[in-house]
Ligand binder design. Sequence first.
Ligand code: AMP
Ligand code: TRP
Length: 328
Amino acid sequence: MKPILISGIQPTGKLHLGNYLGALKNFVELQDSHKYNCLFFIADYHSLTEVFTPKEKVRQIMNLALDFLATGLNPKKSIIFQQSAIPAHTELAWILNTITPLGELRRMTQFKDKSESAPQNINVGLLTYPTLMAADVLLYDASFVPVGGDQLQHLELTRELARKFNARFGKTFIEPKPLMTDVPRLMNLDNPMKKMSKSLPQGCLFLDDSPAGIKVKIQSATTDSGKEIKYDEKNKPGISNLLLIYSALSGKTIKTLEKEFLGFGYDDFKKSLAEITIKVLEPFQKNKKELSKNLGSVKKIIESGNKKASEITNKKIAEIKEKIGFLL
Ligand code: AMP
Ligand code: TRP
């Protein structure tokens, strides 16, 4: 049996290049390596922790399903499903809540960041977000979880909860390991000291951006003093971030790129980066447009994934309930 791999993304808005280079691109490569049994899902329950309207939510969910398929996730190779269609996720999350120390959740970086950036909406879901995430992973006996660097802390808690549950109720869960790309933390184009995130949309390159929009954003990306194209995270964070993007999109190493652009200025480098970004995103955007014409078939793909995921989780949640003494 191949090891199981799972990851999810929240349907909260348009995906950006950080989501792509930190996570989604890796999902497709891992799927296509045929080394794992892969599951990818739309983390819609998690997304309720941020402000939304029902009209927006239904669009965001469909848009993420389109993004999954347009980047190359393939229902013939992976199980693609919607978290809220599988009741066992929230059932296990509740059980895990009861073995999770409150202090650990309070100390989570994401909880602190989100509480700070949206003080009017510090809901309990934001606090217990990591236990639902642990449930998502542990339910499937996943060994690997591809994510960006911002999720490592949540995965560490997942491992801890697996150990704790196993120690108390007998071996039930596998401790999952994270899988990261070379770009676990892509920075904002306008402010390379902050991570690229939709909460700062100006410096965000969205996967749906038009070629003209991409050119403008890359041309106006913050660069540093000096004029050399050289990787130096400390003294040249702007150009280093752009080099990382260039390297991830082209497959060339940063060393090779430094050599290629020796003697060229920031302007030439940015022009070339814009070109390659447009070229890489073109097939994605074309696929997405095609898929959008037949939303019925996208829905069917998700429904079929939901069925497969339910079969797995029905068994697992029964095992869990038996372990904790719920089955008469
Ligand atoms: P989210 O939209 O928060 O559900 O994130 C989806 C995935 O993208 C997660 O695996 C994140 O870790 C990853 N991600 C988000 N922002 C970045 C970034 N700036 N750099 C790298 N990965 C990111
Ligand atoms: N918390 C993840 C993020 O913000 C999304 C997510 C939810 C997830 N459940 C998961 C990722 C389980 C991996 C595994 O990116």
